[in-house]
Design a protein around this ligand. Structure first.
Ligand SMILES: Nc1ncnc2c1ncn2[C@@H]1O[C@H](COP(=O)(O)OP(=O)(O)OP(=O)(O)O)[C@@H](O)[C@H]1O
Ligand SMILES: [Mg+2]
Length: 434
């Protein structure tokens, strides 16, 4: 009853907006765990089962979670641990050690941290150990249950796992995997990494002790699904204090996602990255513009935010080019438009440039072939153009097939900002056909 009442309440607009900020900010930048992580259900189930087997049945396990930055590796693990923490059996048994390759930069520091997190500093005291393995065994032995019949299961989480492979002799990894393989003590080793080739980094003796269990978090998201995700992320929950406001806001979000220009912006953003982290950055920038005076997100907000997020080095590099080099880029853009992205050679670019010059009477842009050649080479050095696949080095330079590494919008945007760009060049860039 009271909840119903709260939903029907009408709050002042200022109050509503501050609630929107609070709720969405929590979602976008406080690393709040989603109620149900979408898209990784299978991995979630698998990992939960694996850890439960260690926690409840004392089975040892090792697994690597591999995925690009921001794909949700940490989120997956945290959400599994949250689920498991609700089971008393797991909660009273399982000990956790969280290490990070960026913090524990060598195995001595890592061992110290393990001791600290297991609260065994007093037990260890001033003892001196012969080897790393001896020390680790001592720690695990110290965790025996009250009746001393079995050890307590320990979960070792190694974030930035690949960095541990750089430690001398990979001692920590070797010992952890060794324990996980022998029946010495129940441990689960979970490594998180963005290196797909992570196994190649392991020494043979380490690799052979690893279970070779890997989970990949590679996104197979389609654009419509991405739009749906954006709508979800921007929507207000059912229990928002002012029901009417929430309804209007959510309707506004739907309209935004269906807007043609917004869709265009999002498509571009989608092409560059699909992970949650970059999406959250984009949405956070949009959200920061929401105020009482502008109580919704507009396509223009999205456009500005995406410009900010996608401001890339290549487009910025165009600002430093000479007029000739810029003209060559425009000629290539036209060639790309006409031949739909097929590779081109310098001769074709030069011809395209000549067509532009013919339409003009003054000879301000008349350059000798070697000068043009030099400019072309400079563009290649800057990696704004690159040889097309399969282009052989033997072909004469003018005829070597090249590709432009910039897209249409990058060029147009750079043109807008190019300092004192001659108007005729600008016009040429925007004209549909040269
Ligand atoms: N399925 C999901 N649902 C909702 N939010 C998610 C999901 N996956 C990831 N996120 C969010 O995306 C952000 C990045 O995720 P996370 O930190 O887990 O990435 P990561 O793979 O660990 O990246 P890194 O390699 O940099 O450590 C977090 O804020 C997280 O809450
Ligand atoms: Mg992480």
């Amino acid at each position: 009853m009271s909840k119903r009442k709260a939903k029907d309440a009408h709050l002042p607009i200022g109050e509503c907006i501050s609630q929107v900020h609070q709720i969405l900010r929590k979602r976008f930048c406080h690393q709040q765990l989603p109620v149900k992580p979408e898209g990784v259900e299978a991995q979630h189930k698998h990992l939960a089962e694996l850890l439960k087997r260690t926690a409840v049945h004392g089975e040892s396990n090792s697994v690597l979670i591999v995925g690009p930055r921001g794909a949700g590796k940490t989120m997956l693990l945290k959400s599994v641990l949250r689920e498991l923490s609700q089971e008393t059996e797991v909660q009273k048994n399982l000990l956790q050690v969280h290490l990070n390759g960026l913090l524990q930069t060598d195995d001595r520091i890592a061992l110290k941290e393990i001791t600290r997190q297991l609260q065994l500093e007093n037990v260890v005291g001033d003892k001196v150990f012969g080897s790393f393995a001896e020390n680790l065994t001592f720690l695990l032995d110290a965790l025996k249950k009250g009746d001393r019949s079995s050890s307590r299961p320990v979960l070792f989480v190694l974030d930035e796992f690949d960095l541990f492979a750089q430690h001398k002799n990979q001692t920590l990894l070797y010992n952890l995997f060794d324990v996980s393989q022998s029946a010495q003590a129940p441990v689960a080793v979970v490594g998180l990494t963005c290196r797909l080739d992570v196994l190649e980094l392991l020494e043979k003796r380490v690799k052979s002790r690893f279970s070779h269990r890997q989970m990949h978090l590679l996104s197979k998201l389609t654009f419509p699904q991405y739009l749906e995700r954006i709508r979800d992320q921007l929507s207000l929950p059912d229990d928002f204090p002012d029901g009417k406001f929430a309804q209007e806001w959510n309707a506004g979000v739907t309209t935004l996602c269906e807007d043609k220009s917004a869709e265009e912006v999002l498509q571009r953003y989608f092409n560059s990255s699909t992970d949650f982290r970059s999406l959250h950055t984009l949405l956070m920038l949009c959200l920061s513009r929401v105020s009482v005076a502008r109580p919704s997100i507009t396509p223009a907000d999205l456009l500005d935010a995406s410009r900010f997020c996608l401001a890339d080095a290549n487009a910025n590099m165009l600002h430093g080019l000479s007029i000739l080099e810029l003209c060559l880029i425009i000629a290539m853009k036209h060639l790309n438009d006409v031949y739909e992205g097929e590779p081109f050679n310098l001769q074709m670019v030069h011809n395209e440039f000549k067509k532009f010059l013919q339409r003009k009477s003054n000879s301000m842009y008349n350059f000798e072939q070697p000068v043009i050649m030099k400019a072309f080479e400079h563009l290649q050095q800057l990696e704004l153009i690159q040889p097309a696949d399969g282009a052989s080095d033997k072909t004469q330079r003018e005829f070597q097939l090249m590709r432009l590494m910039l897209d249409h919008s990058q060029i147009m945007e750079a043109m807008q900002k190019y300092p004192q760009c001659p108007t005729d060049v600008k016009q040429w860039a925007t004209s549909a056909f040269a």
